[in-house]
Ligand binder design. Structure first.
Ligand code: CA
Length: 381
């Protein structure tokens, strides 16, 4: 489906929700009609059956993010042989994208698929469990979460809000964004109204821009209408689908703000705690699997998508200069100072993250980075 198709689909909300939920459940062949009409007040766990309603921050069938979340919901159902009865709702089909947090924390739904940095207004620590400026790449993030103390800190933060998070997808390094004019110095960012969520938005604000956070389904209209001057979203595969080039031709890289954006399966902590060990293991395995599948697809499709944008859509590829990057770095230091000052937990998350960036980042230098640099130099890639 094309971008306009999913925008139109989102507008009819619940109708799409019921039909598409049935589609996700086709592999289960078990009472889709009754499942589609479950009420929020129904008990989440009945005997050995578990009802798991998943909401998300992504438009239905949106490539990578949406299809990944839908695949995760479907696979949990399949892996549990239907014992975990999944219902999946894309953004706007049950609640709005940014209402996913409250829907799950309150127990109205059991889980969400989202970027946890959308919740940084509730606590800045959430940003670290998606991506932060000058943060970790995909492989570095996995190392921190699984072996560097990241999951434990995530559990502590999420637990304070009645939630439990698991890694469930990644976009890899994101592009810097779409601009109507060239950005030749940090001064060119002043006064710019840009869609850029998370701590990256705070960095832009330090440089005089006005950051706004919009869910994916609302960016195109705001860019075309001139309500915003610039936007970041993900990378060539997703951004091309969104047709941002119709309103802004200058496409900058690399994005300092999201070097490996991890998506989360966030669950109601009480629901999670009542699951059997077997069901927990199934959900953990499905989420870990999706973390890998999604990243593989982004890596497989982004390079060719970028070439298509340049050759066929008149997109002008530009690299942020060192001078601009230095300004990003200075602004990020200020932002991180504020994050540390927020609370003890913020400070501990930041320090753990910092240690992982130093330890794993040093290894990245002499492993992935050194090898790829030499391979591409010799082969002229
Ligand atoms: Ca982004």
């Amino acid at each position: 489906m094309d971008r306009r198709g999913f925008i139109a689909g989102a507008a009819v909300g619940g109708v799409v929700g019921v039909g598409a939920t049935a589609a996700v459940l086709t592999s289960l062949k078990e009472k889709p009609a009754q499942q589609a009409s479950v009420t929020p007040a129904a008990p989440a766990i009945v005997k050995d059956r578990v009802e798991f309603t998943m909401v998300s921050t992504w438009p239905r069938d949106f490539p990578g993010l949406g299809t990944g979340a839908q695949r995760l919901a479907e696979r949990i159902g399949i892996m549990s042989e239907g014992r975990i009865q999944m219902q999946y709702f894309a953004a706007g089909e049950r609640v709005g994208a940014f209402d996913s947090f409250d829907e799950v924390a309150s127990g109205n739904a059991q889980g969400y698929h989202a970027a946890d940095y959308y919740w940084k207004g509730k606590h800045p620590g959430w940003a670290f469990f998606t991506a932060v400026p000058f943060g970790l790449t995909y492989t570095e993030m996995n190392a921190w979460i699984r072996f560097g103390g990241g999951q434990e800190l995530w559990d502590e933060l999420a637990g304070d809000f009645g939630l439990k998070g698991l890694m469930a997808g990644n976009t890899g390094v994101q592009m810097g964004g779409w601009f109507r004019k060239e950005i030749n110095s940090a001064d060119d960012l002043k006064g710019l109204k840009m869609r850029i969520p998370g701590l990256g938005g705070d960095v832009m604000a330090k440089l005089g821009a006005s950051p706004v956070s919009l869910p994916g389904g609302q960016i195109y209209e705001n860019l075309v209408s001139g309500a915003i001057d610039a936007t970041e979203w993900v990378g060539p595969w997703n951004d091309g689908f969104m047709k941002f080039y119709e309103a802004a031709k200058f496409y900058y890289y690399p994005g300092m703000h999201e070097p490996g954006s991890m998506l989360a399966l966030g669950m109601n902590a009480s629901f999670w705690g009542k699951l059997s060990k077997s069901d927990q293991a199934i959900i953990e395995a499905a989420a870990a699997s999706e973390n890998d599948w999604m990243m593989s697809e982004y890596n497989a499709k982004s390079g060719t998508a970028l070439q298509d944008l340049i050759k066929n859509q008149g997109v002008q590829l530009r690299q942020f200069s060192d001078e601009i990057y230095d300004s990003f770095g200075e602004a990020a230091e200020e932002v991180f100072g504020e994050v540390q000052a927020h609370s003890d937990l913020s400070s501990r998350i930041y320090n753990s993250f910092l240690k992982a960036r130093a330890d794993v980042g040093a290894w990245t230098n002499i492993s992935d980075q050194a090898y790829v640099q030499q391979r591409n130099r010799v082969l002229g890639l």
